[in-house]
Design a protein around this ligand. Structure first.
Ligand SMILES: CCCCCCCCCC(=O)SCCNC(=O)CCNC(=O)[C@H](O)C(C)(C)COP(=O)(O)OP(=O)(O)OC[C@H]1O[C@@H](n2cnc3c(N)ncnc32)[C@H](O)[C@@H]1OP(=O)(O)O
Length: 259
């Protein structure tokens, strides 16, 4: 589905094959929003370099591995990508329920055994219902490849993925690439996406990202989202990430235009 509408993608020309839990609905205490006219202090930057809580007895579960919700196609493509890690040219990045996907040289995960904040892409517990994904990082540290099965809870138009879900996938793929390139925390400053063909729910897609330019604190990246056969280009994107020091004070709020 959608195969005829996307642009044909260019082969990436690399050594990797061309590929294009638990209880649902854990209640979360949602804070009551403060009225918009009350000025609020800017929240601190996310602290990425958080040490593993030694006191926590719960072993974090790596979710970037096959589970019962993965389709045969997803499993097959995952195994293909995994084979490319054996010579060290690529490596799989572990992923946890809490904390960003795990790049130990850049950040360490937090361990959260209970309900509370969750990584956005890991907020659905039912296997296969939300984002099922695994990210691979190239040895250059400047390319990432995300294999993702788009679950039914990501629906936008009937039978197809929500554009925001695709944006999340892209942001995460380029974000991982930016963090690896920066070797420090970085945040999305700009994300531009062209949606070229609708992604059917249940589809397995591959998002390929690379650093295009790295100038000081600014990292410019590109990303393409394709089917596993590289027949359909679902989306292409460019992004700008800005390196941030974890212990910096937050930037002053941007002035809001007067109405
Ligand atoms: C393994 C782990 C995987 C993790 C993947 C996670 C992916 C998820 C990533 C996210 O979703 S992050 C959440 C969404 N992003 C934000 O919430 C960021 C909100 N914005 C900010 O906090 C600040 O605006 C920002 C940190 C991006 C920049 O503020 P700074 O004060 O540090 O930057 P500054 O204003 O000094 O600008 C530095 C340079 O960047 C440029 N710049 C900043 N924002 C820009 C912008 N939006 N567009 C274009 N250029 C921009 C700016 O012009 C300047 O260029 P020059 O050095 O050439 O003068």
């Amino acid at each position: 589905m959608g195969g005829g509408r996307g642009r044909r993608s260019n082969p990436a020309g690399d050594s990797i094959p061309q590929l294009c839990h638990r209880t649902p609905g854990v209640p979360i205490d949602v804070p009551v929003p403060t009225p918009p006219h009350v000025p609020q202090p800017r929240p601190p930057r996310p602290h990425c370099c958080v040490s593993l809580q030694a006191s926590c007895s719960v072993s974090p579960q790596d979710l970037a591995v096959p589970n019962a919700g993965w389709s045969a196609a997803m499993c097959e493509q995952y195994q293909r990508l995994l084979r490319c890690t054996t010579n060290g040219s690529w490596r799989r990045i572990p992923s946890y329920r809490r904390g960003l996907d795990h790049l130990p040289e850049v950040l360490q995960m937090t361990v959260d055994p209970g309900p509370g904040p969750r990584l956005f892409l890991r907020n659905v517990d039912a296997e296969g219902a939300g984002f099922e994904y695994a990210i691979f990082l190239h040895a250059s540290g400047r390319r990432t490849r995300c294999l993702c099965q788009v679950g039914p809870y990501l629906e936008g138009h009937q039978g197809f993925a929500h554009g925001g879900a695709i944006a999340t996938l892209v942001d995460t793929t380029v974000g991982t690439c930016a963090l690896a390139a920066a070797k420090m925390s970085a945040m999305t400053a700009k994300l531009s996406i062209s949606y070229l063909a609708p992604v059917p729910l249940g589809a397995v897609v591959v998002a390929d990202s690379r650093v295009e330019q790295h100038e000081g604190r600014k990292i410019f990246l590109s990303c393409q989202v394709c089917d596993t056969q590289r027949d359909t280009l679902y989306a292409e994107a460019t992004a700008l990430f800005i390196q941030v020091e974890d212990n910096n004070s937050p930037p002053s709020p941007a002035a809001c235009p007067q109405r």
